[in-house]
Design a protein around this ligand. Structure first.
Ligand code: MRU
Length: 344
């Protein structure tokens, strides 16, 4: 499997997810500003992968910041990275984790600070893979055997440091001996499902069928889909889930047809400071993502466009939230708090 993000000598290397699956090219970021641009332009995307990129971006910034006034520089580095994408809380989690470490290192020799910041960013990456495997272990038991799993967007190895959250659950179900295949929504407008989910599942030999987003209801009604498994960008204290736009429609259609909806996400995706999903900031992206497909216009010039990148699925449509510490069910106000405190 191709690595999503790696630290190499003084640089952060990412597979360019804008080009997959047609081209397998890597982008090398040598400055924190380049990491910020890569996150904003979606060279790298997916909440946990964005968190890892942010942590590496901070480490890269500190590694090249001039020795004097590191305090001021770290503020600039963190602000620049924080202004890239607003919805995935893992971005802010990754930045905060690095900032907190820096706080404990203040006054230490600069070389030590730089080394410790890099070590921490590498640890964030390693931990993410282990977390996804744990999510997979908890989620595998929930996946009905002999049925199809419907997923939306890409919550796979490419959206994380490796293995994936939603696709990690599918991988773990298969590793545990279950026979499942996958339906992947194409996920307009950025086509993460068609381009990324299908590609990465094919690499693993997992049988995958591509459908357009508007086919999901048809198949959810057919009885073929055993469950929906998706990732999340931010989960509020009441269990409302922000994820790729279109997730809400899938969840409502799943409920209508008696199909369980599982959300797979690390604890770092919980934002328990927000009482409900209404408070989650929703990223608005460029109109051209909707009016154009691969650079070609599909709508008349001057077409008015809305392009929210995420929607919020109310907790009542979520059957369970699968984390590395266990599975949360309604009432989510208490179950998520317990998992966050490590009382799973
Ligand atoms: O805009 P993207 O591609 O960053 O959105 C990604 C998603 O919505 C994923 O489902 C989510 O980040 C979870 S990834 C494990």
């Amino acid at each position: 499997m191709i690595e999503t993000i790696q630290w190499t000598d003084g640089a952060v290397v990412m597979i360019d997810q804008r080009l997959l699956p047609l081209e397998e090219k890597f982008v090398t970021c040598r400055t924190y500003e380049e990491v910020a641009t890569a996150i904003r332009d979606m060279v790298i995307r997916g909440a946990p992968a964005i968190g890892v990129a942010a942590a590496m971006g901070v480490a890269l910034g500190v590694a090249s910041a001039p020795e004097g006034d590191l305090d001021a520089h770290i503020e600039t580095i963190c602000d620049t990275l924080a202004r890239t994408r607003p919805t995935a809380v893992n971005l802010f989690w990754g930045i905060d984790r690095m900032k907190q470490l820096y706080g404990t290192l203040r006054g230490r020799p600069v070389e030590e600070i730089r080394r410790r910041m890099i070590d921490e960013a590498l640890l964030v990456r390693e931990e993410d893979i282990a977390i996804n495997r744990a999510i997979g272990r908890h989620g595998a038991a929930l996946v009905p055997d002999g049925k199809t799993v419907l997923t939306h967007c890409n919550a796979g190895a490419l959206a994380t440091a490796g293995y994936g959250t939603a696709l990690g659950v599918i991988r773990a179900a298969i590793e545990s001996g279950k026979h499942v295949d996958v339906f992947a929504d194409e996920t307009r407008p950025f086509l993460q499902g068609a381009r990324l989910t299908v590609w990465e599942l094919q690499q693993d030999g997992i049988p995958t069928t591509l459908i357009t987003d508007n086919m999901a209801g048809h198949f959810l009604k057919s009885g073929r889909i055993g469950c929906v498994v998706v990732g999340a960008d931010r989960i509020a204290a009441n269990g409302d889930v922000a994820n790729k736009v279109g997730t809400y429609s899938v969840a409502v259609l799943a409920r209508e047809n008696g199909v369980p909806v599982f959300v797979a996400a690390p604890i770092s995706t919980l934002d328990l400071n927000l009482a409900s999903g209404d408070l989650i900031p929703i990223e608005q992206r460029a109109a051209a993502e909707v009016t154009h497909v691969f650079g070609r216009a599909v709508a008349p010039p001057g077409t008015a466009v809305e392009n929210p990148a995420f929607d919020v699925t109310p907790a009542r449509y979520v059957t369970a939230i699968i984390t590395e510490r266990g599975v949360a069910r309604a009432p989510f106000e208490t179950s998520l708090q317990q998992l966050a405190k490590g009382e799973g």
